[in-house]
Every structure is written in C-alpha cells, then in structure tokens.
Ligand binder design. Structure first.
Ligand code: NAD
Length: 503
C-alpha cells in the first residue's frame, strides 16, 4: 500500500453482530474516481470461509427472527429509516466521494433508501394473504406469506445505498435473514447502511455484510445450499452466471440486469421538454444508470431541430468533481468503465455513426487524477449498430431517425433488454399504444426513462430480468413464499363431494 496507508481507515465485515476482519488477512482499497489520490478506505478482501461464517450466523438467527412478529420487525425498520433520514447529507457526500455522481444524485440515492425503508416497514402491518370459501362446509381455506430463510443479496455500484435497501428491507420485513455483498467499488455506502441497521437494533446475525470480489465472495453466496434466495442486481453476463450457479440447489433467483433504454420523440412532442428529458436521462449519473436513456429515436420531421438543441445542451454540461456544487456530470466510476466508454466511442466511429459531440476522455487540470469523459452524442445511428444494441453504461447517447410511430416502437423493442422506455407526444392515443406495445418493465410518458418511485414494482423483461420485480408490494413476492392452509373444524372426516341431500 502507498505511504497514505497509515492514514487510511480500515473497515471490517459485519458477521454475527460483530465487526471482524476477513480470515484472508487481505484488504482492497476504495478510491475516489474524481481524484484517485484520495483513498476512501481499505476494506476486507473476503473469501469463501468468511461467507460460510456469515451464512452460518444468518441460519442461526433466522430461527429467532422469523418468529418476531412482522409489526415488531417493522418498528426496527422505521427506526432505521429515520436514522438514514437524519444523516442524509453526510451519507450522500461519502457516496459522491466513493463513486463520483453529483451530490444532488447521491442525495436522491439516499432518499430512495429512506423512502424504501419507510414504505417496506409499513408492510410489517400488511403482508396480506387470502381467505377464500372452502369446498367443504365446516372448513376454512386461506393462504399466508412465509419467510424463506437466508437470502444472499448482491448489488452493483451505481446506486450504492438505494439498491441494497430495495433488497435488504423487504427481505427483513418478510422475516428472512441476509448476507450482503456490495460491489467492490462502493463498499462504504453499503457499510454505512448496515451500521445504521445495527444501530436501529436489528438483532445479531440477522444482517451480515461481507465485502470482496464477485468471483470469491459472490460465488460462495450463490452456491451455498443453506441460502434459499439470491437477489442480484448487476450486468446480464454476471446474472447468467449467478443463475447457472444457483440452479443445482433450486434456490429462488431474482435478477435485475442490464438495459438499453429508449426515448421515442414524436413529431408532435414538446421538444424543449424532450431535450431536457434526454439530457438528464442520458447523462445523469454519467450515463451509468440501468435506466439511462442511451437511445433516442426521433421522428424525421423534428430530427434536425431536436439534434441541434440536444447537442448544444450536451456540450454545455459542466463536467467535474461531483462534490463541487457547480458540477452537472461527475466522472465515470473506474478506469475499467472509462476504457469501456472509450472503446465504444471507437466502435461507433468505425460503424459509421456521426459523432455529433464529445468522444474524448477529459485530461489535465481538474481532470488529471480522475476518470472523466465528455458527454458524447452519436447521430444518424442505425438501430443494428453495436452502439445502439449493447449496454455501454457511460455518457454516450445514440440518436436515430424514424419515419413513424410504428417504426419508433419497432426500433425501441429491437434490443435484447427490456427495462425502461419513454415517449414524448401530445397524442393520448399514441401514448397508450406505446405503453401497451413496449416490452419493458417500466414506461414513461413525457418524462425520461429514469425516476422510479419506491411504491411501484421495478424491474425489466427479456435480458434485463427474470420475471420478478423489486420495490412496491411486488418485492414481498420475491422474499416470501405462499403457504395454503386448510382448517377443518367439523370434527369428522368431511367428504370432498357434498351430496345433494346435504345442501
Ligand atoms: P456486475 O455484474 O459486474 O456486478 C454486480 C455485482 O455482482 C457486484 O457486487 C459483483 O462483485 C458481483 N459479482 C461479480 N461476479 C459474480 C459472480 N460470479 N457471482 C456472484 N456475484 C458476482 O455489475 P456492476 O458493474 O456492478 O453494475 C453495472 C450493471 O448493473 C449494469 O449492467 C447495469 O445495467 C446493471 N444494473 C441493473 C439494474 C436493474 O435494476 N436492472 C440496476 C442497477 C444496475
């Protein structure tokens, strides 16, 4: 480690209610992507043995936690929500320092964790089942939700507190215990959230945090037979591996994966609004949102006008350190992510798309020690080009012309992903037709592809998701199982078929 090692704070795993070092004795560093000299902290480079300890603790704790009445579990979660709310600003600042997005966005990220925790805590008094008439006279028929056991929670770096909260809180309110592995690029925000759960009084062993790489820690969390559910958010390739690893033990697998989201702009659209939507949809979080509007399909009648305005706004975006109040777009998260962005810019050029603005890494001066890239717009993109098909996950937007509404929908649907889509139009008929015909889990009218609210289901179709949804009450379906219950109070063996004489 560098000479700054002596000043670097070391953070630990949280297993069975104690902050402990990994059995490996190894650490990894978390650095600020706006200034790589700034070491955010050193974190445990954990192994399969640490995971086994955490799963053991979660297994034992489950036997107690599942019997805590859900409204009581919820009381602890309400307390946690309030603690996050009380510390929103410092939590947001630490998040910006660790992964780069601007303060307004990290405040939004923390706010989502607050909203989700309050919302899900409320589910402690709901979790409704069904009561239906029985086929027999002296019998009740009903269904109840049951917790599943130990849940493995694996999360990406782009929403370092929101996404963990979307998984951890519904898992807990349903009565499961968890082992949580955040991305190696954002362990601090994850750890901050777990610390708050500890402070709120979540009992020992119910929440366990293990930091480290996907290959070592993640795999061990997925293949372990004790674990009954894996909830994963990340790339489609890793999601496929997770799914394969989980299959032999028949665990439930909840996958939220990549996206290539589209904004469709019709000839009757309010262009000013559409430009604004594309700007924040495309370049918010430096394009590193699963719901980022990385494709824009524009009706040919308004194509030139839209492009002029969009490009001039993109050029004017102020790129810099997300902690500075004037910054509108921060760095990308890592050297690897920057390389991917630069590789796709090259691919776009080679494919013959027109580079309308950007296209370069920003270097020197305030950019010298970070991973900064210009907001980049490719115009006249063909729908089949790789830049219009593959998830780049950076500040690169592909603009494509279309001749009709039907063509826009066909282009919009013509990718392997299905997370979010949007249409800008004044025509209510088109808006509803697009809502019905877009194969995505989320749809917007006259708003960008971003901006989900916690009380509605969140997730995607096709290569984005495997049919589950998080957020809203849909999350309860991920983290619980149905049990059907029949209660016979007749005191005799009732026959399945009732004679006419008994009616
Ligand atoms: P990633 O797939 O590289 O990693 C996600 C998590 O999986 C990390 O914690 C990682 O360490 C872990 N992991 C890696 N290999 C593993 C393995 N073999 N077994 C188990 N875990 C493993 O993704 P990322 O780079 O952190 O995040 C970006 C991706 O996440 C993008 O594709 C983005 O679209 C997607 N994402 C999707 C949503 C959604 O809701 N659909 C939300 C946010 C991000």
């Amino acid at each position: 480690m560098s000479t700054s090692a002596a000043r670097t704070t070391t953070f630990h795993n949280f297993i069975d209610g104690a902050w402990v070092a990994s059995v490996s004795g190894d650490l990894f560093e978390d650095r600020n992507p706006a200034d790589t000299d700034d070491v955010v902290g050193a974190f445990q480079k954990s192994t399969a043995a640490d995971v086994a300890n955490a799963i053991d603790a979660a297994r034992l704790a489950y036997e107690r936690w599942r019997l805590v009445p859900a409204p009581k579990r919820a009381e602890l979660l309400f307390r946690a929500a309030q603690l996050v709310a009380d510390r929103k600003d410092p939590l947001a600042r630490e998040m910006t320092r660790e992964m780069g997005k601007v303060l307004d966005e990290t405040r939004g990220d923390v706010q989502e964790a607050i909203d989700m925790t309050f919302f899900m805590a409320g589910e402690g008094r709901r979790q409704y089942g069904q009561t239906v008439p029985s086929e027999l006279r002296d019998k009740f028929a009903l269904s109840i939700r049951q917790p599943m056991g130990v849940a493995s929670i694996i999360t990406p770096w782009n929403f370092p507190m929101a996404i963990p909260s979307w998984k951890i809180i519904p898992a807990l309110v349903c009565g499961n215990t968890i082992v949580f592995k955040p991305a190696t690029l954002t362990p601090l925000s994850a750890l901050n959230f777990v610390k708050i759960l500890e402070e709120a009084g979540i009992p020992r062993g119910v929440v366990n945090l293990v930091t480290g790489g996907g290959g070592d820690v993640g795999t061990a969390m997925v293949i372990n037979d004790t674990v009954r559910i894996v909830s994963f958010t990340g790339s489609t390739d890793v999601g496929r591996t997770v799914s394969e690893h989980a299959a032999p033990s028949f665990k439930k697998v909840h996958l939220e994966m990549g996206g290539k989201n589209v904004i469709m702009i019709m000839d009757d659209a309010n262009l000013e609004l559409a430009v604004e939507g594309c700007l924040w949809g495309g370049f918010g979080t430096s394009g590193q949102r699963c719901t980022a509007a990385s494709r824009v399909v524009v009706h040919e009648k308004v194509y030139d006008s839209f492009l002029d305005q969009f490009v001039s706004r993109a050029k004017a975006l102020r790129v810099g350190d997300g902690l500075r109040p004037e910054t509108q777009m921060g760095p990308v998260v890592s050297a690897g992510q920057l390389e991917t962005v630069m590789k796709y810019v090259e691919i776009g050029r080679e494919e013959g798309a027109k580079l309308a603005c950007g296209g370069h890494r920003l270097t020197g001066g305030p950019y010298a020690k970070g991973f900064f890239h210009e907001p980049t717009v490719f115009a006249d993109v063909a729908p089949s080009m790789r830049i219009a098909q593959e998830e780049i996950f950076g500040p690169v937007v592909s603009v494509m012309p279309c001749r009709s509404f039907d063509e826009a929908v066909a282009i919009g649907n013509g990718v392997q992903y299905g997370l979010s889509a949007s249409i800008y139009t004044q025509d209510v008929n088109r808006a509803f037709a697009a809502m019905r015909d877009m194969y995505t889990g989320i749809f917007y009218v006259n708003a960008p592809t971003i901006g989900a609210e916690v009380h509605l289901p969140f997730g995607g179709t096709k290569a984005t998701g495997n049919g589950h949804r998080e957020a809203g009450t849909a999350a309860l379906d991920v983290f619980s199982e149905w049990k059907s219950v029949y209660v016979d109070f007749s005191g005799r063996l009732q026959r399945a078929q009732i004679d006419a004489t008994e009616l």
